[in-house]
Design a protein around this ligand. Structure first.
Ligand code: C5P
Length: 390
């Protein structure tokens, strides 16, 4: 998920530092927009360091044109924490006189606010009535908790702990842990078959599709084992097993297979490997060099032959007769679903962030328009959930 966190100037800001870390740790992307007064408590540099994204304080400081609109479009939701009485007042009145309120007013996605202030301020007629107005407009409000207040004494007005805010946000956005309790093996990237200690036979697969599936599956609560040749970033909750060759990939996948609920083979596995890779670097000598290749085991075929409870999803990267070829693979490999794509189409296949896929099951084929690989991952996992429920 992509979040904009709007930070206004309250003492509870220290909890928001941890909140940003928590979102980042599970693989969410976070950008912070701060009010001037928030910068009195915490520097923009700190948020920049932990979010690894630019921090906005003033819309005019940013070199981009209309950066507030771009930010609002970029995210899946905006969370304002802590939301001070001042910010709540401005949101209610539609005032947009700084970066935070300007981004907030440009939001078309869910706006979630976590008010935090002194009890008397929180209970004041102005704040109470503003919160009612905001709620009626669809703004989601995370109620402050009760306890010791920074200004002394006890009362309502504390910013909830970061893990509680994360939970509220997930509930509000309906990020359901639909794959909780499932163990999913995902493979990603192109295998590398050694020719000698420095050279290999590879392919153009970047691993982006498989890594997107691993990320979304982890967000949905699955235990994810990502067997990959790619070094793309993954959320810490994903168990990453780096591999190089098809043989290594096969070994890892088989060792986890018995207890798996599903295997999604997004990797581009080499069909052939060099029969006897040289132990030393091959020297340049004759004008031609002949390599003998032998067939690699088909991992997915083997999984299909030994299938019990597991749901099997394969990929068919094709350059012609996409659907026909995919259907025959679905049958031959005993799969539940195959994701077919024409890797020669613009915006699909290797290296890009988008894909154009057709999902094929025994019930038929469904074609999808160009989508981000994250969106494709969501659709694949929706289908997987249906298979697991059957
Ligand atoms: O037969 P084809 O290679 O086109 O099938 C593609 C699917 O099979 C992909 O899901 C790929 O990960 C998997 N595969 C495999 N082992 C191979 C070749 C492909 O598991 N040796």
């Amino acid at each position: 998920m992509k979040f904009i966190i709007g930070v206004s100037g309250g003492i509870a800001i220290y909890k928001v530092v941890d909140l940003v870390r928590k979102f980042k740790k599970r693989g969410d992307e976070v950008r912070v927009v701060m009010t001037e007064s928030a910068t009195r408590f915490v520097t923009a540099e700190l948020f920049r360091e932990i979010s690894l994204e630019p921090v906005m304080i003033n819309v005019f400081d940013n070199e981009e044109v209309a950066s507030h609109i771009k930010w609002a479009k970029w995210c899946d939701a905006m969370i304002i924490a802590p939301a001070t009485a001042n910010v709540i007042g401005k949101l209610t009145a539609g005032i947009a006189d700084d970066a935070l309120t300007t981004v907030a007013i440009a939001m078309t996605k869910p706006l979630i606010i976590a008010p935090a202030m002194n009890e008397a301020m929180y209970r004041s007629a102005a704040v109470t009535s503003n919160l009612v107005t905001l709620k009626n407009r669809g703004v989601k409000i995370i109620q402050p908790s009760t306890g010791e207040l920074a200004c002394g004494g006890e009362g309502v007005g504390r910013l909830p702990e970061p893990e509680e805010i994360v939970k509220h946000v997930d509930d509000i956005l309906n990020v359901q842990k639909t794959l909780q309790g499932c163990k999913i093996i995902v493979t990603a990237g192109g295998t590398r078959e050694a020719i000698d200690p420095v050279r290999y036979i590879g392919n153009r697969s970047s691993g982006k599709m498989g890594h997107a599936i691993a990320k979304v599956a982890a967000e949905r609560g699955a235990e994810v084992i990502l067997v990959t040749t790619s070094s793309l970033e993954t959320p810490p909750s994903v168990k990453v097993v780096p591999v190089e060759s098809a043989a290594e990939m096969r070994q890892v996948v088989l060792s986890e297979y018995n207890t798996a609920s599903a295997v999604i083979m997004a990797a581009a596995v080499a069909d052939y490997r060099v029969a006897e890779p040289s132990k030393q670097k091959i020297k340049k000598s004759d004008d031609t060099l002949t390599l003998e290749l032998v067939k690699n085991p088909d991992i997915l075929l083997e999984l299909g032959q030994n299938k019990r409870q597991q749901i099997l999803i394969g990929f068919a990267a094709e350059t012609q007769l996409v659907v026909e070829n995919a259907i025959s693979k679905l049958k031959k490999k005993n799969l539940d679903m195959i994701v077919a794509n024409d890797v020669t189409a613009a915006g699909a296949g290797f290296g890009v962030d988008t894909n154009i896929v057709t999902l094929i099951t025994s019930n038929g084929a469904t074609e999808f328009p160009i989508m981000s690989k994250i969106e494709v991952a969501n659709i694949i996992l929706d289908n997987l959930k249906n298979f697991l429920n059957k």
